[in-house]
Write a protein that binds this ligand. Structure first.
Ligand SMILES: Cc1ncc(COP(=O)(O)O)c(C=O)c1O
Length: 466
């Protein structure tokens, strides 16, 4: 709710002593204008400040910051005994759906564990303990294991012809943590950020928790409308643009290379960081995708998140943030505050497995297996529905448009009853309006179950057809 964001924004100012005890708060009209919100929204936030003892009203004068000690004394003794309450609303829409135990799992954008070379991986686990007998007794450097960062420097140089320094890489526990760390660093309540519409719902929920104002940028098969991007950068002065331009989640689209360079130029011109989330780069079927945006960046406007957790070994949760040293300092600090470093064991296992020939063979086989599953899902849907989608050339999902008035939320509840889950489009939409859309993942369950599951899902959906 917007007024709670305004509330958080003011509390932040008070806590940072930018607005001090006894000082008059801006008038409702002024603050509403400044933040681009309705006056009623600011009024509700001021009321909440008053209720929580953070502001007081002086008649015919306005609202004032309350002295922290005053507000302490003002506490009702009964209130002091009340259980602690959390501020704001905490929600992870995707994980709530994924937490429902089902036999036909179409909501997890993960790879079927049976597609990973599990025996081979466990040999590596043993090997790593032979090489580093004291592994369990050590923390990793906060920024990440040095050997692993050296390997990733070589990998990025080979793959993308980009030369990195060791301290331009930070190892995180999955892209999930990378997104959170970046949000902690850049977002204060009510800051504008650009996000694709639709986008990865986990990221939206992180940004919401930090109080961001989400400004949507439409993504299509042709990428973005760069005039729209420029106008939004001009109008909102966003802190960053969070994007997933390669085999985008949920649509599977890839932003064409011609736009990539222009986007970096726009970022420079409007001083808007691009947070490039590249979780599916290696998950292509026919041709590799264009180089990441960060390879066009000479001035440090791109923060590049490269997760390996989708295809190498999801359980290890290894991801890298690549960025300039000026940003790296504060990032390493927030990482140290979050967990003091990603587990060293995971990094070492990843290090040795990632550079093995077996890993390369695995990747080739994996691409074929994923393509087969995509084809099965498409064939079943073609035969049984009139739903529309664009065939993804990589990634793990189909993004489907159902008939306009289709009650997707009711379908989801009915599917849960039959042990099936999928992702409703609304949670991928920063405006929460993409009602007739759904995301179906084709990589997590085996081929037989995939066929069965789609048949069941489409049978259930028939009851809801107009
Ligand atoms: C675009 C995108 N970013 C980040 C993540 C999370 O990745 P990780 O498992 O590395 O935390 C996902 C997972 O589906 C994703 O699709």
């Amino acid at each position: 709710m917007l007024f709670k964001q305004v509330y958080q924004y003011i509390v932040g100012k008070i806590e940072r002593n930018e607005w001090q005890a006894g000082e008059k708060l801006p008038s409702i009209r002024l603050l509403a204008e400044e933040l681009g919100v309705h006056r009623l929204t600011v009024f509700k936030a001021y009321q909440l400040l008053k209720e929580n003892g953070k502001a007081l009203v002086k008649e015919k004068s306005g609202y004032y910051v309350k002295d922290a000690q005053q507000s302490c004394h003002a506490l009702d003794p009964d209130l002091e005994a009340a259980p602690p309450t959390v501020l704001g609303e905490f929600k992870n829409n995707l994980s709530e759906i994924q937490a429902v135990p089902v036999a036909y799992q179409f909501s997890q954008a993960l790879i079927d564990p049976n597609l990973l070379p599990n025996l081979f991986l466990s040999e590596y686990v043993k090997k790593v303990f032979d090489i580093y007998p004291k592994l369990m007794g050590s923390y990793s450097p906060v920024q990440g294991d040095i050997e692993l960062r050296e390997l990733l420097c070589r990998y990025i140089a080979h793959k993308h012809k980009a030369q990195l320094k060791l301290n331009e890489i930070l190892i995180t526990s999955g892209a999930t943590q990378a997104i959170d760390l970046i949000a902690r660093l850049y977002i204060r309540p009510l800051d504008a950020i650009l996000v694709e519409r639709p986008t990865y719902s986990g990221a939206l929920d992180v940004f919401r928790i930090h109080g961001a104002r989400l400004i949507p940028v439409e993504i299509s098969i042709d990428g973005y409308d760069l005039e729209q991007v420029e106008a939004l950068m001009k109008q909102h002065r966003p802190r960053f643009f969070y994007m997933n331009p390669t085999f985008h989640n949920p649509t599977g689209y890839t932003v064409p290379s011609a736009q990539r360079k222009l986007l970096v130029e726009l970022a420079e011109r409007y001083r808007c960081i691009l947070v490039e989330d590249d979780a599916f780069h290696e998950m292509y079927f026919d041709t590799p995708p264009p180089p990441p945006l960060f390879t066009y960046d000479t001035e440090g406007w791109v923060l590049y998140i490269r997760s390996f957790s989708k295809y190498v070994a999801p359980g290890l949760r290894i991801c890298a943030i690549i960025c300039r040293q000026s940003v790296m300092g504060p990032l390493v600090t927030v990482k140290s505050l979050a967990d003091n470093g990603t587990p060293l064991v995971n990094q070492k296992i990843f290090l040795h497995y990632f550079q093995s020939d077996r890993m390369q063979q695995h990747l080739k086989k994996l691409r074929i297996a994923l393509q087969v599953r995509r084809d099965i899902m498409e064939a079943e849907l073609h035969e049984r529905t009139n739903w529309e989608w664009v065939r993804p050339k990589g990634g793990l999902n189909l993004w489907l448009k159902l008939p306009d008035t289709f009650p997707v939320e009711t379908l989801l509840q009915a599917c849960f009853q039959h042990s099936i889950s999928f992702v409703p489009g609304t949670i991928c939409d920063p405006l929460q309006q993409m009602k007739p859309w759904i995301r179906l993942n084709y990589s997590f369950i085996n081929e037989e179950k995939l066929r069965e599951g789609i048949r069941k899902l489409t049978d259930i959906s028939r009851q809801f057809e107009a």
